[in-house]
Design a protein around this ligand. Structure first.
Ligand SMILES: *Cc1c(COP(=O)(O)O)cnc(C)c1O
Length: 422
């Protein structure tokens, strides 16, 4: 599928008059249309709820939009819990799916009334120790081990992943939790990341539904919800077909009707914790070409770097790049598009065929709406960029300002000599 930015050059030129590059730009219209589709795809399940994975885009203005669709948040840390609370999520609208959890974070989650999703069997004792009780609603994360393969060969190795409990452990966990007063149980599992196929959720659902039937039968615990978690992907590459969320919802419904309904479990709610699918395509990183360099390769230096978007450096991830205003030019130049970090993996693209780039050209790096800004860091003393929202009426709102040196130095007892920079 051809990848087109959600803004054009004219709009961007106007935006950069007010907000200097680099910045992340989000598309409110795209976010809303997609959120509405997600809601429709699972409307057959009255209890359905999407808990947006806050770590993907921890920005209150974005969370507020998603809240309008009845979604909750999925948090992995204390600060994500705090942000969810501040934005107005409360009680069971918050899922706390963390791992290697600091004990005091269980306390904060419980104080907010969040649903706690236990990553490990031993966390039962931890929760009991810090809360003094076991919450009535509780969830357990399942890891089937081995290798999980889906139709188009996409697979992952749950057996190598640090998350979740074994099957024996989850049975034992349900028995113990029930004994200790838990009344409503959930099952959670996340087996493959960024799946670009409509089969992942249905296949995962079948596995978890089957487990749920056996768990309920053998332990007597009431399974109230099944959480398919994240993992629904997006087409980062132009040759990939996007997922069809309606087909995914129907696929889950088929398994529900095949496995849960005959077992008398037609009340089970389906939960999701999608991050990437909810936001990735509706954000981009806007950056300007500031240098060209001709050595053993052709380089374009841009004013963004890996601190603004870490995925290419960290996983070799592909992010499509559009040179604005040159969409129809031939892609007859081979470039490495690089940032300024003193790290040779700070490359947004390697050997990428692009139109000829001149200094001053604006580049749009696609699909940075999830796991983009949020993975940012401060290596080389680089500062995090602003985040902007392109609103449905075409106006632009700054939803997070760029960092300043004062932010960078804020954790130091600044010496007199440095004060002149603040
Ligand atoms: C990261 C994460 C998600 C979101 O994953 P996506 O791939 O962005 O959909 C959901 N749940 C948990 C527990 C996670 O760690």
């Amino acid at each position: 599928m051809e990848k087109k930015p959600f803004v054009n050059l004219e709009q961007l030129k106007e935006i950069v008059e007010t907000y200097p590059t680099p910045f992340h730009l989000y598309d409110e219209k795209g976010i809303r249309e997609n959120a509405e589709k997600v809601r429709q795809a699972f409307a057959w399940n009255p209890g359905f709820k999407e808990y947006f994975a806050v770590k993907a885009t921890p920005t209150p203005a974005i969370l507020k939009i998603l809240k309008e669709y009845g979604f909750g948040t999925d948090c992995s840390s204390a600060t994500e819990l705090m942000m969810s609370d501040a934005v107005g999520f409360s009680g069971h609208d918050i899922m706390f799916s963390s791992n290697d959890t600091p004990l005091e974070e269980f306390k904060l989650a419980d104080d907010l009334g969040a649903i706690i999703n236990l990553d490990d069997f031993t966390h039962i004792a931890c929760v009991e120790q810090v809360l003094g009780h076991i919450p009535e609603t509780i969830s357990c994360r399942f890891n089937p081990g081995g290798v999980f393969t889906i139709s188009n060969g996409i697979m992952d190795n749950p057996g190598d992943a640090k998350y979740g409990m074994t099957e024996d452990q989850i049975f034992e966990a349900f028995r113990i939790l029930k004994e200790k007063g838990a009344k409503r149980f959930g099952i959670h599992s996340f087996l493959v990341s960024n799946t670009v196929t409509n089969d992942y959720y249905p296949m995962l659902a079948a596995k978890l539904f089957d487990l749920a039937v056996r768990l309920q039968k053998e332990t007597g615990a009431e399974v109230a919800f099944i959480n398919l978690s994240g993992g629904v992907g997006v087409p980062y590459r132009p040759d990939q077909e996007p997922n069809d969320i309606m087909a995914i919802g129907e696929g889950v419904r088929r398994e529900y009707e095949k496995i849960l309904i005959p077992a008398g479990m037609g009340n089970v709610a389906i939960y999701a914790e999608m991050g990437r699918f909810m936001l990735a395509p509706y954000g981009c990183l806007v950056t300007k070409a500031i240098h060209e360099k001709h050595t053993y390769k052709e380089y374009i230096g841009v004013d963004a770097c890996a601190v603004n978007l870490m995925r290419p450096a960290m996983y070799g991830a592909y992010h499509h790049i559009t040179v604005m205003g040159k969409e129809d030019w031939p892609c007859d130049h081979k470039y490495d598009v690089v940032g300024s970090l003193c790290e040779n993996n700070d490359k947004f693209a390697i050997d990428r065929m692009l139109p000829e780039i001149q200094k001053g050209d604006l580049l749009v790096i696609h699909d940075t709406g999830a796991h983009g800004f949020s993975m940012g860091y401060n290596y080389n003393g680089k500062l995090r960029s602003a985040e902007l929202l392109l609103k449905t009426d075409g106006s632009v709102e700054m939803i997070r300002r760029a960092e300043t040196p004062r932010d960078y130095f804020a954790t130091l007892d600044v010496c007199e000599e440095m004060k002149k920079y603040l």
